[in-house]
Design a protein around this ligand. Structure first.
Ligand code: ASP
Ligand code: MG
Length: 471
């Protein structure tokens, strides 16, 4: 049966107006048989997790005090939007509060092991998504639509890695189909919380922070939906950061590979892990703007395509440190790279961009917590130099693969800015390099001008190749 998955993030559900808006967006697409996935109200997950931390250091009362204003936010949504459904929903919020009191009390003054703490965090945090699902379901019902909140823990079955559980796909697909298909067949909109799941034993788990997008992709894959829509508060993926390039505009269409390259540059693009279940089954993932539902969106599709506009987006990230290791011993030797990366591995530090020459290796990192120890060990392998306050720029587009002259155009546009660590990934759809952080804004601005603001034809071209994009 045809369906679409519509996922609403926390900022699209921050209060009564936002809930009403989300319900309207769903109602307008009711003919496509939506399955709705929701996040907790903005800020609630943070507060729930802080509540658990508070219990570790203080007591359950202090933990709860942090949460009351968030329960009040739920009560306000009920007061503003619900009448018939209001008593039932008030009772649900009160139950949730009770459940959390009990969970926190059971943990107060006990020294929990890491795993127990994670399990407790998951159980407490799950209340955010469960309440959101109940609320949105009730708002839809109250507006005359047939809708039903579904406990996502019955659909998403995971391993028992609390805090970042991995879904067991076969079990999840079977459970989701059995719980959701009947509702869809009877034209009822299922509304389920993202982010949460349960083990085969029924213990509550979560998929990791930001995991609601992942839930949406998994449910879409389970139901073989036509499309997975991620409703957020930005107009899709933009050609650059609009605070730097005010003329930045929505990229209508990205390939999975392009979206994955962009993912490193901020939460505004989906995590590749999120996209994977969808891409594998050829289900497009569309990033939509809940503040302008009929406005522009970005669709991410599996197949790669070249656009007339060879460059699709310019992303950047500041606060990057680069490390160079130089050693003549590297020449013709093997095992050298392994020795270097083992050091990063040992200190659990992720390396992002890597370039090598015969006698040197350069790499970039965000997290410099363990840098002093890392440098001390690297110095046993060769001479080490560090450059702080760098930025990484990444120019993405499938067309980079085959269009000559792009690199020349990029570097001549910023010829007076010193560039290092130039890398073009194996997929050859991106060109990534480091610049001094202080010059990053200017570089992005100039490149955006060069590739996106030059001629009117380019503007029409970018609109035309997003075939399935609403105007
Ligand atoms: N509410 C969860 C979080 O804040 C999951 C999500 O919103 O995707 O991480
Ligand atoms: Mg999110």
């Amino acid at each position: 049966m045809n369906s679409i998955v519509m996922k609403f993030g926390g900022t699209s559900l921050e209060g009564a107006t936002a809930f009403q808006n989300a319900a309207r967006i769903v109602a307008d697409r009711i003919a496509r048989r939506p399955v709705v996935v929701v996040s907790a109200m903005a800020g609630f997950t943070d507060a729930l997790l802080a509540g658990v931390r508070e219990v570790a250091t203080m007591d359950a009362v202090a933990g709860l005090a942090l949460l009351d204003k968030h329960f009040d936010r739920h009560y306000r949504v009920i007061d503003v939007l619900l009448s018939k459904e209001a008593p039932r929903l008030r009772a649900l919020v009160e139950n949730s509060r009770e459940e959390i009191v009990q969970l926190l009390n059971s943990a107060a003054n006990i020294n929990l092991e890491h795993r127990q703490r994670k399990a407790l965090e998951d159980a407490v945090a799950s209340n955010g998504e469960r309440l959101s699902a109940e609320l949105l379901g009730a708002v839809l019902t109250e507006n005359g639509f047939s809708a039903q909140a579904v406990d996502a823990r019955r659909c998403v079955i995971t391993d028992s890695e609390f805090g970042c559980a991995a879904p067991l796909l076969a079990e999840t697909f079977a459970a989701s189909k059995s719980h959701l298909t009947l509702l869809l067949e009877s034209s009822c909109v299922p509304v389920l919380g993202g982010f949460i799941g349960s083990t085969v034993l029924g213990e509550t788990t979560t998929l990791g922070r930001g995991g609601s997008d992942y839930t949406a992709a998994i449910i879409g894959a389970a139901l073989d939906s036509e499309e997975i829509q991620i409703w957020t508060d930005v107009p899709g993926v933009l050609t650059a950061d609009p605070r730097i390039a005010p003329k930045a505009r929505t990229v209508p269409r990205l390939s999975f590979a392009e979206a994955s390259e962009l993912a490193y540059f901020g939460a505004r693009v989906l995590h590749p892990k999120t996209l994977h279940p969808a891409v594998e089954r050829d289900i497009p993932v569309r990033i939509c703007n809940s503040r302008a539902p009929e406005g522009r969106s970005t669709v991410v599709v599996g197949e790669s395509e070249t656009s007339p506009q060879t460059v699709k987006a310019i992303a950047h990230k500041t606060g990057v440190t680069t490390v160079q290791i130089t050693s003549a011993r590297m020449l013709g030797a093997y095992g050298f790279l392994r020795a270097i990366f083992e050091i990063f591995d040992k200190y659990r530090t992720a390396v992002d961009v890597v370039t090598t020459s015969e006698v040197s290796v350069s790499l970039s990192l965000d997290d410099t917590t363990a840098l002093p120890q890392i440098v001390a060990e690297l110095e046993k392998l060769g001479s080490v130099s560090i450059e702080e306050e760098r930025a990484i720029l990444c120019i993405v587009g499938e067309g980079l693969r085959s269009t000559p002259g792009i690199a020349a155009r990029i570097f001549s546009t910023i010829s007076d800015i010193n560039v290092s660590l130039i890398s073009q990934g194996a997929s050859r759809i991106n060109l990534t390099f480091a610049v001094e952080e202080a010059r990053a804004r200017e570089a992005v601005m100039r490149l955006h001008k060069e590739f996106f603001e030059k001629s009117a034809e380019e503007h029409t071209a970018i609109d035309e190749w997003g075939v399935s994009v609403p105007a």
